[in-house]
Design a protein around this ligand. Structure first.
Ligand code: PMP
Length: 442
């Protein structure tokens, strides 16, 4: 019989595939995925499966089932539905801000970002978007154009996008992080002072670019600059928002209230749902338009409301903070030389960092030199999959550990053990080049 893997290769378009190992899944439950043979895989990359609350969460199932039974086929575009309006009200209550504000409801992080970027151009009458190198804001349109790393490598650079370096505490480009931050802010000031910038878009943690947590105060300084030059700041919380960092909003670590905030992934609990919250003057602008037939549909918005209610009602940001501390402690033990191979793998762990359940583990050639080792990362994620965990790498060599917020202590301990063995096994050559090659692009 033809395997699922072979059938996928024949029918699913390559443009929508990003595969790190031959992962087949037929079911998800809690923090786990199950393959066709019934093998359990811990889902340590829930920001990829958009399952912040885990798989099959009862609150999501109940909201979706009820909405599917009763909801009209489509929502927000031409008719008014209580769950669309209700979700917008819920978001306005949860996102700090002042003045008259509106909510855009969409399908994916990509369209939420695309829409607000265009709206900022209309509102300011300026064209250039200021963004960050190695950032990721989406896979289509303007959201792709403003991404430092673009999924479509053949796409011509947009002349109306300017990029700033994102300050990386592990690799300051001026030698120390304080002067690196000062240099980035100086570049930002020069750009903003030029009078051509429509908006600035930033990830509160650079996620797909390598899980870089910016130094404290960086976002606040950036926001102050934007205020000075009256340029809207868009904070992209699509990946790390809604509790994952240990706070409801990742931007709150710097005490800012961004002008516009975008959400996606976890908001829909696996369903296509995104949102943007921002000033009415920008999101109501008469020149702007984003009409998508099924955006704001009552099934997705009912689920979005259930997701928010669960995150807030069960205080999951606090749980993410505690769970992250436990996970980090486990990884720190390996990095300190107490893993399965008596310290050999510690030599190849350059850094363990993050906030709450947003954790990055950087794999390097040697600890002192900190040279990125993407091949080791490719072997480690492959081995982890063989051992029972789904984890991906970002920025080439950084394991991105972002499990569901409901992960249990026992699951965290099992995950740490798997990662420990995966790193050790990958270093010991237990993953062959032949296995990894189809996914590594060598
Ligand atoms: N913004 C950020 C920060 C993201 O990480 C992503 C997806 N990785 C997006 C936007 C795009 O979201 P989507 O894939 O839902 O379009």
């Amino acid at each position: 019989m033809t395997s699922l893997l072979e059938r996928d290769a024949r029918v699913i378009a390559g443009v929508e595939k990003l595969r790190f190992f031959p992962l087949e899944v037929v079911e998800g439950r809690g923090s786990s995925l199950f393959d066709p043979a019934g093998r359990e895989l811990l889902d340590l990359s829930a920001t990829w499966t958009a399952s912040g609350l885990g798989h099959g969460h009862p609150a999501i199932v109940a909201a979706m089932t009820e909405a599917a039974r009763t909801a009209p086929g489509s929502g927000g575009l031409s008719a008014i539905h209580p769950d669309s309006v209700g979700l917008a009200e819920d978001l306005l209550a949860l996102v700090p801000g002042s003045g008259e504000r509106r909510v855009y409801l969409g399908h994916a992080g990509s369209d939420a970002n695309d829409v607000v970027l265009r709206a900022c151009r209309h509102f300011t009458g300026r064209r250039t978007v200021l963004a960050f190198e190695q950032s990721y804001h989406g896979g289509v349109g303007l959201a792709m154009a403003v991404s430092g790393q673009q999924v479509d490598a053949g796409h011509a650079a947009d002349p109306d996008v300017a990029f700033l370096p994102y300050p990386n505490p592990l690799r300051p480009f001026t030698g120390d992080i304080d002067s690196t931050v000062a240099a980035v802010l100086e570049q930002a000031r020069t750009r903003l002072a030029g009078g051509t910038i429509a908006c600035l878009i930033v990830e509160p943690i650079l996620s797909d670019g390598g899980l870089v947590v910016p130094p404290a105060g960086f976002l606040a300084a950036l926001h102050a600059l934007c205020r000075e030059f009256e340029v809207p700041l868009i904070c992209d919380e699509v990946k790390v928002g809604l509790g994952r960092t240990g706070a409801l909003h990742a931007f709150s670590f710097d005490g800012i209230e961004p002008d516009i905030v975008t959400f996606g992934k976890a908001l829909g609990g696996g369903l296509p749902l995104s949102a943007a919250v921002g000033p009415a003057a920008i999101l109501d602008h008469p020149a702007g338009s984003a009409l998508l037939t099924t955006a704001g549909n009552p099934i997705c918005t009912a689920v979005g409301r259930a997701v928010l209610q669960t995150i807030v009602g069960e205080d999951l940001p606090a749980r993410a903070g505690e769970a992250g501390t436990r996970f980090r402690a486990g990884l720190d033990r390996i990095a300190a030389g107490h893993g399965v191979d008596a310290g050999r793998s510690a030599e190849r762990i350059g850094d363990v960092r993050g906030r709450g359940l947003t954790i990055g583990l950087e794999l390097v050639g040697d600890r002192a030199g900190l040279t990125a080792d993407p091949r080791l990362a490719q072997r480690v994620v492959y081995r982890a999959w063989q051992l029972g965990a789904v984890v991906y790498y970002v920025g080439g060599n950084v394991l991105e550990i972002t499990p569901p917020l409901i992960i249990t202590d026992d699951e965290i301990d099992r995950s740490v053990d798997i990662l420990d063995r995966a790193i050790s096994d990958a270093m010991a050559g237990k993953v062959s080049d032949e296995e990894v090659k189809p996914y590594a692009g060598w």
